[in-house]
Design a protein around this ligand. Structure first.
Ligand SMILES: C[S@@+](CC[C@H](N)C(=O)[O-])C[C@H]1O[C@@H](n2cnc3c(N)ncnc32)[C@H](O)[C@@H]1O
Length: 313
């Protein structure tokens, strides 16, 4: 055991770490309206398939692709349970879609899929969406709004721990800038060190979805280097309204419209529709608190983009 002192404190969950169920209601509403009665829909990075299953009654047919076999298995189980016949799921990578040009009327890229793809490949993903869409087809995109993330008013943590295995921990020191670039220095936490024991002793905050996968901390004194083994660097690129718009225009999309969900909530609220979209009274109170917070921040947490494919073929 080292005699070096460990001086860390857990960063508590902030008041806006809320239940996202009511966001989903508003998203579903926007998607139903945007996708309409499209014939052929592709959901890129479909995860557990919720979106296509939700849209299945109003579209001709849907295909969901993802690189996670676990998610694809869950999607297929749910499809069978709900007896949905016009939707299929298959393994594929967003950077090289296994479909011919012009195959779909609508493509979806939802839930910040680009944040999982390395920054140098983002243009390739959007080019693929463009290629598999028919002329005049629609791309629908949703991602976290970096303006919101970057103007978050609470002090950031110095280090975050994740738990890829039962008693295995990784550590991440993140640097970010206003342009949306984020670099994470990644480490393994060495077993048998005071740091490993400290992490084991903590009660991990349960997220609203009970995922409990991340513990954030402040380093009041630097963690001794001998307790961490560097294991590389990860780079991320996140988007604000302006550069998301440019990403799609550069790929040949036209009529690109981007708005932040904060604006949507505001409109929905002013129209007196919030109570209809958020059925539970407890969630309504939370939704109203979140809306007030969004307005103070001057932007919303999510961006929603709708773009039309130009006829370049
Ligand atoms: C946060 S989930 C979003 C799931 C779903 N689109 C939604 O909104 O509920 C991100 C998904 O992107 C998938 N993903 C990441 N990189 C991918 C890639 N290169 N090709 C296809 N899917 C990818 C992940 O496996 C994950 O299921």
């Amino acid at each position: 055991m080292s005699d070096q002192a460990l001086n860390l404190s857990v960063v508590p969950q902030e008041p806006c770490d809320i239940d996202f169920a009511w966001y989903d209601e508003i998203r579903d509403h926007l998607l139903r309206r945007t996708v309409g009665q499209a014939g052929q829909v592709l959901d890129v990075g479909c995860g557990p398939g919720n979106v296509l299953l939700m849209l299945s009654a109003q579209i001709g047919a849907g295909i969901g692709i993802d690189i996670s076999d676990d998610d694809l298995r869950r999607a297929e189980c749910e499809r069978q349970r709900r007896k949905v016949a016009n939707v299929t799921f298959r393994h594929a990578d967003a950077t090289a879609l296994p479909f011919p040009d012009g195959r779909f009327d609508v493509v979806l890229l939802l839930g910040d899929v680009l944040a999982y793809v390395e920054p140098g490949k983002h243009e390739a993903v959007i080019a693929e969406l463009n290629r598999v869409l028919e002329d005049g087809g629609t791309a629908v995109h949703e991602s976290m709004n970096w303006d919101w993330e970057y103007s978050w008013p609470y002090p950031a943590a110095d280090i975050a721990f994740e738990r890829p295995g039962k008693d295995t921990f990784t550590a991440h020191r993140v640097q970010r800038d206003a342009s949306g670039s984020e670099t994470s220095q990644d480490y393994e936490v060495l077993p048998g060190t005071p740091l490993h024991q400290w992490i084991l002793d903590q009660e991990w905050p349960a997220s609203p979805q009970q995922a409990s996968t991340r513990l954030e901390a402040r380093e009041h004194a630097p963690i001794p280097e001998a307790w961490l083994k560097p294991c590389g660097e990860s780079r991320y690129k996140h988007y604000c309204m302006g550069d998301l718009d440019q990403l799609y225009k550069r790929a040949g999309f036209r009529h690109v419209e981007v708005w932040s969900y904060g604006q949507t909530y505001d409109l929905v609220n002013k129209a007196g529709l919030l109570a209809q979209l958020v059925p539970l009274q407890s969630q309504l109170a939370e939704a109203e608190a979140e809306l007030a917070f969004t307005l103070r921040m001057g932007c919303g947490p999510w961006l929603f983009l709708v773009a039309e494919r130009g006829d370049s073929r």
